[in-house]
Design a protein around this ligand. Structure first.
Ligand code: SF4
Length: 852
């Protein structure tokens, strides 16, 4: 264990909460919120609060591996560099690509981008942030001339109306939602409007929920612009002095959404609801409109972003306290990636890849032999190019495209065909790592050191407090070592993240003179002690703003050619694929509260797995009944791209005709639940962001011959099952299982499943083969080793009480007698289903307390 009492930043979402790692009892590491960090002032959500439970080395990749054999670093790095060099020499720079991640630190990202765009000479580096917020980037650039986030979190507290569009903030940015709720207590006049086709926890807490038809956001905001004009709510001075293109934009808005009746028809919301929202927006000076993946993940996401920004420009509600359009980013360092040019269509330091002046500026700063002059392949196109054999070498860093890309089975096949696949990651077993020819062990959170930028442009330090395990290395080190071996020794001889940060900061200020939004040149000379102690700071940090800046555009100056913001005329579009007779439901995907991305870290915290143990299909009860789906049964969900299986969850808040499936599950945790294997790969033509929230699908009941569950102290290799999902518990593994065939002998089958050779079996069982019922308990001494319950339907004993027995060294006689019943013995408390992950409170405990 390394140093303790270290301030750092949460590894999960774009809120960027500050944390303190400190020493707990018996040398354990604990985490608490950093009360001094301006993103969260000490608050943490359930994921952040349990991150210390994820620090173990289970499933870590700790040595370089080449073609299945552990090797030393020199051999692995030589192999990567030589293979890339050979492929480039033979097929040109565009035959190789990097696919990187919003989990990388800014310093890692900077080096990867410099190598690809400045030294290899291709722009084939794209990031998984393409999937979450590239439409916001494109919308910002069209409107402001730069990818600038105007607002700060404190604007949420200063607003009188907050509109949350396509954002389940309560689950996806929980600490910001806590801040909004606290602001509502302080300011009872603060109104919260939620625009979301899905009923969510965020919608539950709102004053007005506009449950619009999926994808109809641009109708709503075009209609709002038209309404604002009709009501005389336009700030004409601001519009004429600080903007371009208002008249044309208004004309389009009027033509497409000139009446509330028309907006109502397209959005599916009542005229009264729309009028209420429009009036609220029109009459309130301080309005913040937050938008997130529900807006971005669309084939017209950029237009939707601009439709929102148009309303803020028209009313001059931008650059003022409590006002502005505000994109919440998904990943911890999505913003840092944007800053250093991690997207294939950007250069470093927010410069434009197709701008000759920017090209020569970056090239002269880097002193590089070449510079990419055209956009590279954006994520979806990149994997298509791999499939077509155009890209022959791929280096994936800290991400899992086999799970997260749309049309994911095709992505998997493309990677399988690729001549050279390098994956650098801290985890040994991911769906993508399984396909790697060369595996490079990277440092994980808590071990690595650098900076991240959150949604409000705040740069914070992620500090290391653990020593590097095995042979793991920082991503910037790995990339630099490969670069040196490719012949670029002089310019990649970095000794620390600090050196890289200073170079990045210097580039942001290089020949800037206020012409570019991103300028942190004020940090370019900091020494290593100041870098170590760097306090969370909002950019820009330069001569004019030595301590950072809260919000942009207060002076009405934008980064376009004439310094004025652009209105963008938006013609609302339907999603590319719409439901039809064969695929009648619209599939929406997203996150659940207690999991993160492809679950590699969050599943290590048992209490997080209790919130949503299984992949599920949320469907309105009427739709479920019409399609023969039963609560807690299984559903087969299919689209033209593939099929998957998920547990059925009836949800009154789900709009009829729409279904929702979470994005997290991978082949490591469930047999067939990678939702992106059924998601279409249509993209926004401007941003390249895929339409992850609209795929027409069919849902059918999946009726296996039997259902069951299995709890075991050991992780088990499951085979020949029709369905399984693994849930990591505290001291045990839980598997929900189902089969299409009943075995000839349940006892033999159960032993085959649970026992290893040479086991001394202490086995108790009960079988009724005709009724497809089986119960088996396996003891190891006086402790429970595993138990298996099978039945013809989903009416099986609750898992929670049985799970508690795995923490006991000795099972009492009373408990043994109850084991086959699967029910709590008298005197023991069955807490019921876990409701609160933070404090481990069960449903029955809450209900009993309420009765008292
Ligand atoms: Fe971490 Fe986001 Fe939760 Fe904050 S809100 S603790 S950054 S996951």
């Amino acid at each position: 264990m390394g140093k303790l009492n270290v301030k750092t930043t949460c590894p999960y979402c774009g809120v960027g909460c500050g944390m303190v790692a400190f020493e707990g009892p018996q040398g354990t590491i604990k985490i608490k919120g950093d009360k001094t960090h301006p993103a969260n002032y000490g608050r943490l959500c359930s994921k952040g609060a349990s991150v210390h439970e994820t620090l173990g080395l289970k499933d870590r990749l700790l040595s370089p591996v080449v073609h299945g054999k552990e090797v030393d670093w020199d051999s692995a790095l030589d192999q990567v560099a030589n293979s890339f060099r050979e492929i480039i020499d033979k097929h040109g720079p565009d035959s190789v690509a990097f696919y990187v991640s919003g989990q990388l630190l800014t310093e890692d990202y900077y080096v990867a981008n410099k190598l690809m765009k400045g030294y290899i000479g291709s722009a084939n580096i794209d990031t998984n942030s393409r999937l979450c917020m590239s439409s916001s980037v494109a919308g910002h650039k069209r409107a402001f001339g730069a990818d600038t986030v105007p607002c700060s979190y404190e604007d949420l507290e200063l607003a009188d109306v907050i509109v949350l569009v396509g954002s389940n903030t309560a689950w996806c940015h929980p600490v910001l939602f806590q801040r909004i709720q606290a602001a509502q207590k302080e300011n009872p006049n603060l109104k919260l409007v939620v625009v979301d086709p899905r009923g969510t926890e965020t919608g539950d807490a709102t004053d007005l929920h506009l449950q619009i038809n999926s994808g109809s956001d641009a109708f709503l905001f075009n209609g709002l612009l038209s309404y604002l004009v009709d009501q005389g709510s336009i700030d004409h001075d601001f519009v004429s002095n600080h903007t371009n293109g208002f008249d044309a934009t208004l004309r389009t808005a009027k033509e497409t959404c000139g009446s509330i009746k028309h907006v109502s028809k397209h959005t599916g919301c009542s005229i009264t609801q729309i009028e209420t929202f429009y009036e609220l927006f029109s009459k309130t000076e301080n309005v913040v409109t937050v938008y997130s993946q529900g807006i971005n993940q669309s084939s017209s996401g950029t237009d939707k972003v601009n439709a929102i920004i148009n309303c803020h420009l028209a009313t001059a509600r931008i650059g003022k306290p409590g006002s502005g359009p505000f994109s919440f980013t998904g990943q911890p360092n999505a913003m840092g990636g944007r800053e250093v040019g991690g997207l294939a269509n950007m250069l470093a330091a927010h410069m434009d890849i197709q701008n000759p002046a920017h090209q020569s500026l970056v090239q002269s700063f880097w002193k590089s032999p070449r510079i990419a002059k055209e956009s590279g392949l954006k994520a979806v196109d990149l994997f298509k190019a791999i499939d077509e054999g155009k890209v022959k070498a791929l280096w994936v860093m800290a991400t899992n495209p086999v799970v997260s890309l749309p049309n994911a089975d095709t992505v998997k096949k493309a990677i399988q065909k690729c001549e050279l696949v390098v994956v650098s990651d801290c985890m040994a077993n991911t769906d993508t790592m399984e396909l790697a020819h060369i595996k490079l062990p990277a440092l994980a959170w808590g071990e690595k050191d650098g900076t991240v930028t959150n949604s409000e442009r705040r740069i914070s330090r992620q500090r290391s407090f653990l020593t590097a395990p095995g042979q793991s290395k920082a991503d910037w080190w790995i990339i630099s070592e490969v670069a040196k071996r490719m012949g670029f020794e002089n310019v990649f001889s970095y000794r620390s993240a600090h050196e890289i940060f200073c170079e990045h900061a210097a580039l942001t200020g290089y020949q800037n003179d206020g012409r570019r939004d991103l300028d942190i040149s004020g940090l370019s000379q900091i020494d290593s002690d100041s870098y170590m102690g760097l306090a969370p700071t909002q950019w820009p940090v330069n001569q004019n703003n030595p301590t950072g800046k809260t919000r942009f555009f207060s002076n009405g100056h934008f980064y376009t050619e004439n310094g004025k913001a652009n209105f963008i005329a938006v013609t609302p579009q339907e999603p590319v694929s719409v439901p039809d007779r064969n695929f009648p439901f619209r599939l929406n995907t997203g996150r659940v509260r207690d999991q993160w991305h492809t679950m590699t870290r969050t599943t290590k915290a048992a209490r997080l797995n209790e919130h949503t143990p299984e992949p599920y299909l949320a469907i309105h009860p009427r739709d479920a009944a019409r399609n023969g789906l039963e609560v807690d049964g299984l559903a087969k969900v299919s689209s033209p791209y593939g099929e998957m299986t998920a547990r059925v969850k009836l949800d009154q808040k789900q709009s009829p005709g729409q279904v929702f499936i979470p994005m997290h599950w991978t082949s490591q945790f469930s047999l067939k639940a990678r939702v992106n294997s059924i998601v279409n790969d249509h993209v926004d033509p401007v941003s390249g962001q895929p339409e992850l929230k609209h795929t027409p699908v069919k849902v059918e009941p999946y009726r296996p011959n039997w259902f069951g569950f299995l709890l075991s102290k050991r992780e088990l290799p499951l085979k020949d099952l029709s369905y399984w999902t693994k849930i990591d518990g505290a001291g045990f593994y839980r598997y929900e299982i189902a089969g299409e065939q009943s075995p000839l002998d349940w006892s033999d089958w159960a032993r085959d499943l649970l026992c290893t050779e040479g086991d001394s079996i202490n086995w108790v069982e009960l079988a009724d083969p005709k009724a497809r019922r089986y119960r088996g308990i396996r003891m190891e001494g006086d402790a429970l080793e595993s138990c298996l319950f099978i039945g013809p339907n989903t009416l099986l004993p609750p898992r929670d009480w049985l799970a508690t027995l795995f923490s006991k060294d000795t099972i009492s006689v009373q408990e043994r007698n109850s084991l086959l019943l699967g029910k709590s013995s008298e005197g023991l408390v069955d807490d019921g289903k876990r409701i609160c992950a933070c404090f481990a409170v069960g449903e029955k405990k809450i209900l009993n307390a309420m009765k008292k």
